[in-house]
Write a protein of this length. Structure first.
Length: 278
């Protein structure tokens, strides 16, 4: 009888140990206590809470970031469910900034979150950065408006902010083609092409971006749709989450280690072929 009961007591002890850890335990193994404490003191602004932004927020919250400013004016729609961390049947119709705030709170109740129900216009870029970003440790641009992206990038560079901008994920299927680079070193990405051209006009000297060197998949415009609807843009369920996670990884590595992450050569990766069509 005693022999039969021993495995049960052993399993009970293993179960108790399994549920006795902390959310930051594995982070401390990886980076150490001091780095995790730095992350807890860090403040990150995420502008845009769509596929890229919402998944970035989730990864940052799980990674131990202690303070957020989350910005978006949109509501969750059924078409968001295929790719956004905040999009479920239960959240359709709710403000994205509020759903994202609740997501962070469910991961880390101690985190401080400011949720801004706000659309970022190009004319508001400097005032917004001055009000919400000057004391931020990192600023993430995951918005769609090209004019606002350019205005924010120029204003962030002027203020010396740590800043990263997401380029396009539409009509892309190959995760291995995503790279973090200066926008002036990007290839094959339509949004990056616009940002390079217009960035030079605005005197933007450098801009860290996440982009894909994959040639976009050719798609068809839906019959009867207008050009403004951009019905030829499709998004895979896995691409925006990967993009958001990669941006979060860049932010977390820099803030935890207080230094830039390794480059592609150091990681043993093969850079994009620069002979590809720009």
């Amino acid at each position: 009888m005693a022999d039969r009961e021993a495995p049960e007591r052993q399993d009970e002890g293993a179960g108790q140990r399994r549920f006795s850890g902390t959310p930051k335990e594995k982070l401390e193994v990886l980076w150490g206590t001091r780095a995790v404490e730095r992350l807890a003191r860090s403040r990150v602004v995420v502008m845009g809470l769509g596929g890229v932004g919402s998944n970035c927020v989730e990864a940052l919250a799980r990674g131990g970031i202690g303070s957020f400013v989350l910005v978006d004016h949109d509501v969750v729609s059924p078409t968001n469910i295929n790719r956004q961390a905040i999009a479920f049947c239960s959240t359709v119709g709710r403000k994205k900034c509020e759903v994202a705030k609740a997501l962070v709170a469910d991961i880390n109740p101690q985190a401080h979150v400011v949720a801004l129900d706000r659309f970022l216009w190009a004319d508001d870029a400097e005032a917004f950065l001055d009000e919400f970003c000057l004391d931020a440790d990192y600023v993430v641009d995951a918005i769609d408006s090209v004019s606002a992206k350019l205005a924010l990038a120029a204003a962030a560079e002027k203020r010396g902010l740590r800043y990263i901008s997401s380029m396009g994920g539409a009509n892309k299927l190959r995760p291995e083609c995503f790279r973090i680079a200066d926008v002036y070193e990007t290839v094959n990405d339509p949004l990056s092409r616009i940002m390079r051209k217009e960035g030079r006009k605005r005197g933007i000297k450098a801009l860290k971006v996440l982009y894909s060197c994959e040639q976009p998949v050719k798609t068809q415009v839906t019959a009867g749709s207008t050009r403004r609807e951009r019905s030829d843009l499709g998004t895979a369920s896995f691409i925006p989450p990967i993009m958001g996670q990669m941006i979060a990884g860049e932010v977390l590595r820099e803030l935890a280690c207080d230094e830039p992450p390794c480059d592609e050569t150091a990681c043993g990766e093969t850079p994009c072929d620069e002979t590809l069509v720009v």
